[in-house]
Each structure stands twice: as C-alpha cells, then as structure tokens.
Design a protein around this ligand. Structure first.
Ligand code: SOE
Length: 385
C-alpha cells in the first residue's frame, strides 16, 4: 500500500473533523465520501474537494480502491455499516458507539477478529499529549494507586427545549444520550489512564425536558434550530446525571455529565487522588496538568516537549505555549491507527480504542441505565464476548 485510500461515510460534524484530521497525515488520502443521497454526497465532495462520491454506503464499501473506511454516521447506522465494512475485509475506524446494543457490539468484535483487520473506535481524548503523560505518571512510583477519581463532562448545546438534533431521537441515537455521547468519553479516558476497568456503577440520571420542540428540517450537532416552525416530541434520554463508579483495583469515583449546563461548552475534566499525589486535567485547557502535593508546593506541568516523556512528546507537535486542541487529539488517534494499518498484518504497539474497548463501553452504558432504573449498584457484565 503506497498511499492509503480512505472512504468516509457521513457528512456531519464528525465526518468533517475526520476529513480535516486525515488530511494532516502523510501517506493517507481521502478518496471518497458517501451520504444517504447522491445530491448530499456530491455537495460534500465539492465542499471538501474529495474526488469520488456515492449516494449510498455500499458503493463506497465495495469501491476496490478504498483500503480503510471511517464510519461517521449517526449511531443507529453504526452496527449495520460496521458489519458490512468488516465483511469485505477492510480496515475500519468507527465513530462511537460501536453499535446500539452490547449484543451487536460483541458480534462486531468477533467479526473483526475473524477478518483480522485493524478496527478502532473513535475515543479521541486518549490521544492528547498530557492525557498520555497522566497515564505514564499514574504507572510510576510517584503516584501510587488511585483511591478516588472524579470529574465532569458538561456541555450546553441542548440547554433550551428548542435545541434539537438527531441525538434526541431515540431511534437514531439509542436509549442513552448524555451518558453514551459524552459520559462514554469520560469512562474510556479514565479507564485508559488508570489501566483499570470500571466494574460497578450506581447512576442517577435526569431528563430536564421530557418534551422538546423539534424544528422542522435537519439540525447538525452544535447548531441551533430556527424556532418558527416546530413540533413537540417526547424525550426519554437523559440530559444530565451523575454516576458513582468502582474500579477493578478498588478505587472509587464519580462523574457528572450534562448537555444542559449554560456556559459549559466541552468541559471534560478528571482528577485522580492517588496515594502520594493528586493529578487534574481539563480538556478546555489541555496544555497543562495540575499536580497536588501535600508536603511541597503544588505544581503545574505545562505541555512542552522538553518536559515530557518520549511518548508524550511524540504527540506534541508544536512548541510549548502553542495551544493544542481537539483536532490534534483526533489527528494523534489517526496517526496511531494508520501506523497499525501500515504495519498490517504485523502487530504494532497501539493505544487507540479497540472494538473490545468499544464493546466494554456498551456494557458499561447498559449497566448505568439499569442502575438508574433499578436504583441500585449494578455490576458491568464481563465474560465471553
Ligand atoms: C456532541 O456532544 C459531541 O460532538 C460528541 O458526540 C463528541 O464525541 C464529543 O467529543 C464532543 O461533543
């Protein structure tokens, strides 16, 4: 494979960010895009300068020149499309969640194994330089085991009852919203950093708007709809909530998610209290970590390649002081994923979220919903995929 040819399925917020990040990689070309209609695909291809476009995903998946597919569609299409891509033996990077249920995600894990392709899930926050640094610090003697882990993932793009997009439609999104959409990032990132799975949960979720006003027409994620013409629809998914968690090594934790917190745009934070020190990271100020110490002054570690470990500095592409943001984390994920595609079929060390990781998150979300419904602690089911 000289230049790796990529096909992107979807044209919304995540497809745009994937295309932009893919274009920052060497040896990788965005060769085709597909949408649900030819007209939509053509418009996107012209807008992004992509040579080929298709009015359905099957034609893109079966395009002989496409080596890798990025699935950037709404949740309800993930399973079906992922299955079709794996069936033809192409490498696949799927947007989260892997599927609508853990039964489906478990089937995808098995299929990816059988087909021996590189298959990843887009949990991008693992790939920020300072998140990688926290992971390395947590594995060192300087911190010792974590005992308490807490944080947030707060947004405000669904604050008004007139805010609407496909994530509010249960058929397209699935039963869980704030937890599945952003709580899943918190769980994946924290599990990755601690190298510990969440094994038990106690959830308390809230639907602030059981009825919303859906504007007529399509609204992209993070965009507001017009308010002139709307219809009322019932909402079952949670707008916000908190979840108590237990990790496999005995650490306790709690996280709060919300998509209705005025002023909070993408406020993803975690703080880990460990035996010797405490450590804190905030996605909105991703270039530093705060280190809390008891017998010395607290510290801030600012992202500067000269101050980071070899691995973390390999993810820092600009000199210290230059802001590193969300697209950079995504680009780092893609660098990691395409390293595996280039090395295929030889294994290479990677840190992207695998289909097994994505499947575990499905199990976790189901346990959170069950805990909320039954008002009790629920264990995350493990065992055979
Ligand atoms: C919307 O809440 C969203 O785009 C999520 O779907 C992404 O996964 C998150 O990274 C940013 O917010």
């Amino acid at each position: 494979m000289s230049v790796i040819k990529v096909g992107v399925i979807g044209t919304g917020f995540s497809a745009k960010s994937h295309i932009e990040a893919l274009r920052r990689l060497n040896g990788v070309e965005v060769a085709a895009i597909s949408a649900r209609t030819l007209e939509k695909a053509k418009k996107a291809a012209e807008q992004f300068g992509i040579p080929r476009y298709y009015g359905n995903e099957d034609d893109l998946i079966n395009d002989q020149e496409i080596d890798v597919v990025h699935n950037c569609t709404p949740n309800y299409l993930h399973y079906d499309i992922n299955k079709k891509v794996l069936a033809v033996g192409k490498h696949l990077l799927s947007e989260k969640p892997l599927a609508m249920t853990s039964e489906e995600s478990s089937e995808l894990v098995r299929l990816a194994e059988t087909k021996k392709v590189v298959a990843g899930v887009c949990f991008n926050y693992r790939h920020y330089p300072l998140v990688a640094q926290v992971k390395e610090l947590m594995a060192s003697d300087e911190y010792g085991p974590a005992h308490l882990v807490y944080g947030t993932y707060l947004q405000d793009w669904l604050l008004y009852d007139t805010d609407y997009n496909w994530r509010l439609n249960e058929e397209k999104n699935g039963r869980s919203r704030a937890i599945a959409d952003i709580g899943s990032h918190w769980c994946d990132t924290v599990q990755y950093v601690l190298n510990q799975k969440i094994v038990e949960v106690f959830a308390d979720l809230k639907t602030v708007y059981p009825v919303r006003k859906r504007p007529v027409g399509e609204i992209e994620t993070f965009k507001s709809g017009g308010q002139d013409s709307f219809e009322e629809i019932k909402i079952n998914s949670e707008d916000c909530g908190s979840v108590l968690v237990h990790f496999e090594n005995g650490a306790h934790g709690v996280f709060t998610v919300s998509q209705v917190n005025a002023g909070r745009k993408n406020f993803f934070t975690f703080e880990i209290a460990a035996q010797k020190n405490t450590i804190y990271w905030n996605q909105e100020e991703p270039n530093k970590i705060w280190i809390g110490r008891r017998d010395q002054a607290n510290m801030e570690l600012v992202r500067d390649p000269s101050l980071l470990s070899d691995f973390s500095s390999s993810l820092a592409h600009y000199p210290g002081g230059h802001p590193e943001g969300w697209p950079d984390g995504l680009k780092n994920l893609f660098i990691d994923f395409y390293k595996a595609v280039k090395a295929h079929p030889n294994p290479t060390s990677s840190s992207f979220a695998t289909f097994e990781d994505g499947h575990y998150i499905m199990k976790l979300i189901e346990a959170i919903l069950k805990s909320h419904e039954e008002k009790r602690w629920v264990k995350v089911e493990t065992g055979e995929v």
